[in-house]
Design a protein around this ligand. Structure first.
Ligand SMILES: [Zn+2]
Ligand SMILES: [Zn+2]
Length: 285
């Protein structure tokens, strides 16, 4: 099995140099290892008028977003990150190293993502927030924020996520849609709307040749924080299993070298078998 979802010290919440992750992947005899540090948001996000408005009008959000900022590399670090990856490729002929980013995608950052796409081997679509019609939909904090709004999510807000996901997949810029069920984090009922949106996203993934990722990082996070598992979510993967052409890949979302190969085979194989998922071991670029 190979892993195409790896962060490093460049994401400030990740740890260790790229070479430490490579060392671990080689110890596990992986053939390929893909790096996907979070896309820096300074340009489109932090300098956006929306963001400035939010900063002025919602102090509560201000504090939260400042913490959120710490999970991403600075725009100035892009070249260092890419140089480290280039070096890792050159130094390691016995494992294929792939360069990438985990990216947000919505109407406001399309051009920027296109620019970033040209610098790497592939991009992963990882939606944590979406800008739409002057509002920020934050799927991490489960809130909608605008100049004069600050409210908790309701089910209708999931449509915004699905729409951004589908547009992202249609853009042709992404190879993997990571933790696709992120929009339902922590919700109790996977209702008819969730089923409908999942179907639409799966169909877009098939049409646009994007892999859907079963992300194993929450086994680790849920255990550490002593809370319920948010993903993988069975109801979501049951819908995916209804489509035999949907391509699935497993990602460990490693933020530490020791998690590079944390595929959680025992738990994951049950889901794969039960819903007859079509899992690829190698990413076709
Ligand atoms: Zn993510
Ligand atoms: Zn990630």
């Amino acid at each position: 099995m190979n892993n195409y979802h790896t962060h490093s010290k460049y994401c400030v919440h990740g740890y260790e140099d790229i070479k430490e992750y490579v060392k671990e992947a080689k110890r596990l005899h992986m053939e390929e290892l893909g790096f996907t540090c979070h896309i820096p948001l300074e340009k489109t996000f932090l300098e956006s008028t929306y963001y400035k408005d939010i900063m002025l009008n919602a102090n509560q959000y201000n504090e939260r977003i400042q913490k959120g900022r710490e999970s991403r590399m600075s725009y100035l670090d892009i070249d260092n990150y890419l140089n480290d990856l280039k070096e890792a490729k050159e130094e390691n002929k016995d494992i294929k190293i792939l360069s990438g980013f985990e990216c947000e995608y919505d109407e406001t950052n399309k051009e920027y993502v296109k620019e970033i796409r040209n610098k790497v081997d592939y991009l992963s679509l990882g939606l944590h927030h979406v800008f739409k019609d002057g509002k920020l939909y934050d799927y991490t904090k489960r809130v909608v924020v605008s100049k004069d709004t600050y409210r908790e999510f309701n089910y209708d807000d999931f449509k915004v996520y699905a729409e951004a996901a589908i547009n992202g997949m249609k853009s042709g810029l992404f190879k993997i849609f990571v933790h696709p069920e992120y929009f339902i984090d922590g919700i109790e009922e996977f209702n008819d709307l969730c089923v409908e949106l999942t179907k639409e996203m799966v169909e877009a993934s098939i049409e646009n040749h994007v892999y859907l990722e079963i992300n194993t990082s929450d086994y680790f996070k849920a255990a550490r924080r002593n809370r319920k598992l948010n993903y993988p979510r069975n109801e979501f993967w049951k819908v995916v299993g209804m489509y035999k052409d949907a391509k699935v890949i497993i990602g460990t979302d490693a933020h530490k070298p020791e998690r590079v190969g944390d595929f959680q085979f025992d738990s994951i194989s049950k889901i794969i078998e039960e819903y007859h998922l079509n899992v690829s071991k190698k990413l076709e670029l």
